[in-house]
Design a binder for this molecule. Structure first.
Ligand code: SME
Length: 159
């Protein structure tokens, strides 16, 4: 059994603690699905005000749904489409304060109002993206982007 206490603190502390938990959980495990599943669980447990947290994986040139927490979601996303496809095609983090204002946003859960997508890059190629959705507008800021980029950098070595 794994128990991780989520202490009240700054966002930076929250991400630091989550990264340490993820490092402990994935350090001795090479199975990508298991590591993404535990990462999705930690994101869901540590970060308040989410309605979806999980992964899309790059498979034969398109994004395919990976382990997640939240409601059932779109299975395949073409590169360049939606927030996830944009992050994957450009290998850049996308912070979207208002998903309704994002051209081509793909609505998997009608409750989503804002979104953060962070690419996981290995050997110069995007291998997956982390996708976080919130029911609150402008839920994600630079501290979330920085925190999730650290999570992505760790996972790049564990997928
Ligand atoms: N909204 C995303 C699709 C994935 S779901 O949010 C889980 C997008 O526009 O890429």
């Amino acid at each position: 059994m794994y128990e991780f206490d989520v202490a009240a603190g700054s966002k930076a502390e929250l991400y630091r603690d989550m990264l340490a938990a993820l490092d402990a959980l994935t350090g001795d495990e090479s199975d990508a699905t298991a590591n993404m599943a535990n990462a999705a669980a930690l994101l869901w447990q540590y970060l308040p005000d989410l309605n979806w947290a999980g992964f899309y994986r790059m498979v034969n040139g398109e994004l395919v749904l990976g382990p997640f927490q939240g409601k059932a979601a779109c299975i395949r996303i073409p590169l360049g489409k939606g927030v996830c496809g944009t992050a994957a095609a450009t290998a850049t983090t996308q912070i979207v304060a208002d998903v309704h204002a994002f051209p081509g946003h793909i609505a998997c859960d009608a409750a989503s109002r804002s979104e953060l997508v962070v690419p996981i890059v290995r050997d110069g190629a995007v291998v997956a993206v982390i996708d976080l959705d919130s029911p609150s507008p402008a839920r994600f800021d630079e501290a979330d982007a920085t925190g999730c980029e650290a999570i992505a950098a760790l996972l790049a070595t564990r997928l």
